[in-house]
Design a protein around this ligand. Structure first.
Ligand code: AMP
Ligand code: ZN
Length: 112
């Protein structure tokens, strides 16, 4: 499968890793939109939130537990934002489920 983030998981494409275990990988976004901008992805390929179901969604709870840890490790004690863009209208450019962690500054309140 021609998936950029699957290639990051295998190491075929390099990344700056922040956290990794057998289920998930967190790495720094190549085009950061905030002082801290990390992407958290499952190692199993899931295209996006729109492809989640009762069989494959346990990893999302796992990811959110790790996001809390990663954010603490990054010193984001004043808060941060977690975002997942979905599909074309949502602005998703990489069709492998990912959660953005954005922090390190006061983010604007624009949601759409
Ligand atoms: P989205 O637009 O929500 O699909 O997010 C995809 C994100 O992946 C964007 O923020 C990109 O900057 C980021 N990205 C694309 N290629 C790479 C890469 N090789 N390493 C790290 N981040 C990347
Ligand atoms: Zn993938």
């Amino acid at each position: 499968m021609d998936c950029l983030f699957c290639k990051i998981i295998t190491g075929e494409i390099p990344s700056t890793k922040v956290y990794e275990d057998d289920k998930i990988l967190a790495f720094r976004d190549i085009n950061p939109q905030a002082p801290t901008h990390i992407l958290v992805i499952p190692k199993n390929h899931i295209a996006g939130v729109d492809e989640l179901n009762e069989e494959n969604s346990a990893v999302v709870a796992y990811i959110f537990a790790k996001i809390a840890q990663i954010a603490k490790n990054e010193g984001l004690s004043d808060g941060y934002r977690v975002v997942s863009n979905v599909g074309e209208n949502g602005g998703q450019t990489v069709r492998h489920l990912h959660f953005h962690i954005l922090g390190g500054k006061k983010l604007d309140n624009q949601m759409a």
